[in-house]
Design a protein around this ligand. Structure first.
Ligand SMILES: *Cc1c(COP(=O)(O)O)cnc(C)c1O
Length: 219
């Protein structure tokens, strides 16, 4: 299938209230432009260097989401233009994003990345850490950050029950935090598991290979 067919197919499977983040990592600017021309405005990249190379070559109204692990010393390269950092996973990083956003007089949207997968390799906060950081945010500690939601990745497995269980943990935390301070975004689900994520309450999904095709190298 072509990129256009893939994109239209994915769009047709998403309920209206679910945002699509088109994950364009490893794919060329021409492919991103093609999807943009079909009406897509929100794109996700996982590496600062790749993102900062592509961003100047593409339309300025694209909302860029950083979805990969972010080192504090690299925040400065994206602070001027990034729409949302989905992969905030430490207080040190929140402090740095807050500081760099302040230099541009802006508020950067942030999702707290929570570790829900069994796999050891995945980045993310524990539930208790996420609660503490969120409380600091609601107490006004990061004035140039807006924590608008949570992001999580399920274990890479065929076991649908396992995936469902992990997504539900994040949905529960989302509901819990949402009582104290209104949240907008629950980002869960990728090409292989986004239908399950939506059933579990996701209102934002991050879909790459199902739109752009397989990546040349795995990440
Ligand atoms: C690569 C990536 C995705 C998209 O993965 P696909 O399986 O290609 O849809 C989603 N989220 C994160 C954090 C990623 O790194």
């Amino acid at each position: 299938m072509s990129i256009k067919e893939n994109y239209n197919e994915i769009k047709s499977r998403l309920p209206e209230n679910v945002e699509l983040v088109a994950v364009s990592k490893t794919h060329p600017v021409s492919a991103i432009q093609e999807v943009y021309d079909l009406g897509q405005k929100v794109f996700g990249e996982n590496k600062v260097q790749e993102l900062s190379e592509k961003q100047p070559l593409l339309p300025k109204d694209i909302k860029w989401h950083l979805i990969g692990h972010l080192q504090t010393n690299k925040v400065k390269y994206i602070a001027e233009f990034i729409d949302t950092i989905q992969s905030a996973d430490s207080e040190k990083l929140l402090n740095e994003i807050n500081k760099e956003a302040g230099k541009y007089n802006r508020k950067i949207k942030v999702l707290l990345q929570v570790k829900i997968a069994e796999e050891e390799s995945k980045f993310g906060l524990d539930i208790s850490e996420a609660k503490i950081l969120f409380e600091k945010f609601t107490n006004g500690e990061f004035p140039n950050i807006n924590i608008t939601g949570l992001m999580g990745m399920a274990t890479f497995t065929d076991d649908e029950q396992q995936i469902r269980k992990e997504f539900s943990v994040l949905k529960n935390l989302f509901d819990d935090l949402n009582h104290t301070h209104k949240l907008e975004t629950l980002s869960m689900g990728m090409s292989d598991d986004f239908p399950i994520a939506i059933e579990c309450g996701a209102n934002s999904v991050r879909v790459g290979s199902a739109i752009f095709g397989k990546r040349a190298y795995s990440k």
